[in-house]
Design a protein around this ligand. Structure first.
Ligand SMILES: [Zn+2]
Length: 380
């Protein structure tokens, strides 16, 4: 336990905020894993200044088990009662950015591998990603390299905070930016200009109405709250003056899709709706146009109730499974790559992304015990 706490203190001290270089925390994890006997591969992402890390204990050519986590944290923000990047103990809790989401789990993993049995018959993999917090941006680059790194794993456990309840399902997500362009002019002659904000208003209504359609007509998944897929526009920016016809408006939007509905289907519905909105303007020779780009996307997680991994995780954690949670994780991406995946980690999701984020000492000890039980299943 004190080893876990010591490692957590080191991990929290790296301000590994999403969208920033992560070389220092990756090097720290690399050295601990290598010292424990792993074959470690650092996998730089296309950004060039940040990397995923993949480590294997035991025979790489045999199907094994992945423990997955992200190393990035959300920015500290305001309202802390101490330095967010200095772990401190308050009663029976550790406080610091990432304590629960999810450096606590990473600390348990890095502490536990020092005690791994030497005679693993099946490998244990440790997969550490970057920029999860901005929409699972890093981990796809690691997943696409998996065939070069190891035999196809049989399972993946993502240690996001779930109070050690195995989580079977979450919604998928797509988030995007829509850039509407028109032609500027004086507001006294709008007939000579093309108002980008006005077209953006139609796009906003389109996205809102699509969300209402899914809410009214499904598909529905009764385990989720709300039970349907949802859409919203979260950011709008455009225009420079009330007497100037705006030629530019940007929207940022997202959709969260129930299992069984591919988030990309929602994206295509938005794109088709925008194309239909533009058609009369194109026919009239107007200059309005719109471009869609994806800023983040991950598929839903949907592990069947009867999946062997569900019973394995319940046995390891000692907690009953949860049918669905409202937050998303990298587990959907591992599942989409053909690896049965489940979420199960220490601490509470209610601690994530808030000031004075904390995790209980008991939560870490229970996770240490879960990982030791997992390791024992990989022997023989
Ligand atoms: Zn997280």
């Amino acid at each position: 336990m004190s080893r876990t706490a010591d490692i957590l203190e080191r991990l929290v001290a790296f301000p590994s905020v999403c969208r920033t270089p992560n070389g220092e925390i990756v090097a720290f994890c690399h050295d601990l894993l290598q010292a424990a006997g792993a074959a470690v591969t650092v996998l730089p992402g296309p950004e060039g200044d940040r990397a995923n890390l993949f480590a294997t204990f035991g025979p790489p050519g045999v199907p094994g088990f992945i423990l997955s986590a992200h190393l990035d944290v959300v920015p500290a923000g305001e309202g802390w009662s101490g330095d967010p990047f200095r772990l401190r103990r308050t009663g029976d809790r550790f406080v610091g950015r990432g304590a629960a989401d999810m450096k606590g789990f990473v600390a348990c993993v890095l502490a536990g591998v020092a005690d791994l049995p030497q005679d693993l018959a099946r490998p244990l993999h440790v997969a550490l990603s970057y920029d999860e917090e901005i929409g699972c941006v890093g981990v796809p680059h690691m997943i696409e390299r998996l065939p070069d790194l190891c035999a196809m794993p049989t399972a993946c456990l993502v240690g996001e905070p779930s109070d050690l309840h195995p989580v079977l399902r979450h919604k998928g997500k797509v988030a995007g930016r829509i850039t509407v362009r028109g032609r500027t002019g004086h507001s006294s002659r709008p007939d000579l200009a093309d108002n980008a904000v006005h077209l953006a208003a139609d796009v906003i209504a389109l996205i809102r109405d699509l969300g209402r359609d899914y809410g009214a007509n499904g598909p529905f998944h009764p385990l989720f709250e709300p039970p349907a897929s949802t859409l919203q526009v979260g950011i709008v920016s455009g225009g420079t003056g009330v007497n100037i016809v705006p030629d530019l408006c940007r929207l940022e939007w997202e959709a969260r899709a129930v299992p069984g509905l591919d988030p990309m289907v929602i994206l295509r519905a938005v794109e088709a709706g925008i194309a239909a909105l533009l058609r009369p303007y194109e026919a009239a020779g107007r200059s309005l146009r719109a471009a869609c780009e994806i800023t983040a996307a991950y598929p839903a997680l949907d592990l069947p109730d009867e999946a062997p991994l569900r019973y394995l995780a319940e046995g390891l954690s000692g907690q009953p499974a949860l049918g669905a949670v409202s937050y998303g994780t990298e587990a959907g991406l591992f599942q989409a790559a053909g690896i049965p995946s489940i979420v199960c980690g220490p601490g509470s999701i209610t601690q994530a992304h808030r000031p004075d984020e904390s995790i209980g000492l008991g939560d870490l000890a229970a996770c240490d015990a879960m990982l030791a039980r997992l390791a024992a299943t990989l022997v023989r």
